[in-house]
Design a protein around this ligand. Structure first.
Ligand code: ACO
Length: 328
């Protein structure tokens, strides 16, 4: 019997309306619009208002997706929710979204994989469909990155934004949908990018707050170095392993952490710029939301069409990294 594949049948994305430009940071930090633009590629990003959580952003992206697909929430069988900023420690954001969306027949769970939150969630969702057990799987990448930012740390606060993306996976024939995936973790990289407070090791206390353990710690140069090589290598590997050449790739959708990382990866892959999807200039690094929002915007703008060969790839905290090869 031929293997059942999973294809994306609808996409959605949502960014909260408040736009923060680089000049906001110039007002109180030792930084400039010029530094941020040239070193990161970011001009602006979107921030939530107080009280808006990851499941709220995911809800808006999911509603758009359902409308495009023309189905009701009760048709969803499972929700896989990639995030490092769940609404709370528990219940999972998948459970909270299931309730808000009215997806009363769906089960679901969160996937914590840093900036690989979407790649790992998408791959997990594909496997749920491929198993034959589930027919409509909603995959979310959503993060309220402002919830872990130290707004006085110029090394990190300028990089991140808030947002959500969603894709719907449904059964497909053997020549479409996800053709292959490669995923890795290397826990020894954990020391370069983490948020130490609020978990079982350092439960929130006056002391953890005083030590700023509730905000992101990143050794940018170390992360940058690994991101370039690992993301490019895994993207090239998946194309070549499946008998394609890089010229066959119609669109490369990388995680959006830094324009210099994206450009270095594209150079290592010898891909022309027009084949690389970029939205970091307007949204910053939205962690798990970068790739699904890029996919949604590529579909909406006509850059991504049925039958195209697509590579998605990401690298993030963990370290985590991975890619997927998709016949759209
Ligand atoms: N404005 C002005 N100067 C700054 C700023 C800023 N906003 N931020 C840092 N600098 C300074 C530094 O303090 C440093 O000054 P010093 O030399 O006097 O110490 C100088 O700029 C150079 O610092 P670098 O860290 O070498 O700067 P770099 O060019 O590497 O850029 C950056 C830093 C943007 C963080 C980059 O390293 C990067 O993008 N790293 C990877 C980020 C990433 O991929 N994260 C993974 C995903 S996140 C996740 O998984 C949750």
């Amino acid at each position: 019997m031929e293997k059942r594949h999973a294809v994306v049948t609808a996409t959605g994305s949502y960014f909260p309306p408040k736009v923060i430009s680089n000049s906001f940071f110039e007002g109180y930090l030792d930084t400039t619009d010029e530094w941020i633009k040239t070193r990161t590629g970011i001009s602006e990003r979107h921030y939530v208002e107080k009280g808006v959580a990851s499941s709220d952003l995911a809800l808006e992206a999911s509603k758009i997706l359902l409308k495009k697909r023309g189905i009701g929430p009760e048709e969803i069988d499972a929700i896989v929710f990639g995030t490092v900023t769940p609404d709370m420690m528990y219940p999972s954001s998948a459970c909270l979204l299931q309730d808000k969306l009215g997806a009363k027949n769906a089960y679901g769970f969160d996937v914590s994989a840093g900036c690989c939150g979407f790649v790992f969630s998408y791959t997990t969702g594909v496997m749920l469909v491929e198993s034959g057990r589930y027919d409509k799987v909603l995959v979310i990448g959503a993060d309220v990155c402002t919830s872990f930012l130290d707004m006085n740390d110029r090394n990190t606060c300028v990089l991140f934004g808030d947002g959500a993306g969603a894709v719907l996976l449904e059964p497909a024939g053997p020549d479409e949908g996800m053709l292959d995936t490669i995923q890795h973790v290397d826990g020894s990289g954990g020391k370069y990018l983490y948020m130490a407070g609020g978990g079982s090791l350092n439960p929130t206390s006056a002391e953890t707050v005083a030590k700023n353990l509730h905000t992101v710690h990143q050794e940018g140069r170390e992360v940058f170095k690994h991101a370039v090589t690992k993301m490019a290598d895994v993207a090239v590997e998946i194309v070549e392993k499946n008998g394609f050449s890089l010229e066959d790739v119609d669109l490369f959708v990388p995680h959006q952490a830094n324009i210099r990382i994206i450009e270095s990866v594209a150079k290592r892959m010898k891909l022309p710029r027009e084949k690389v999807m970029i939205n970091i200039n307007k949204f910053g690094n939205t962690t798990a939301a970068t790739i699904p929002s890029c996919l949604d915007q590529a579909v909406e703008s006509g850059r991504l069409k049925k039958g195209d060969l697509v590579v998605i790839a990401s690298f993030g905290a963990g370290f985590t990294w991975g890619s997927a090869l998709i016949r759209w």
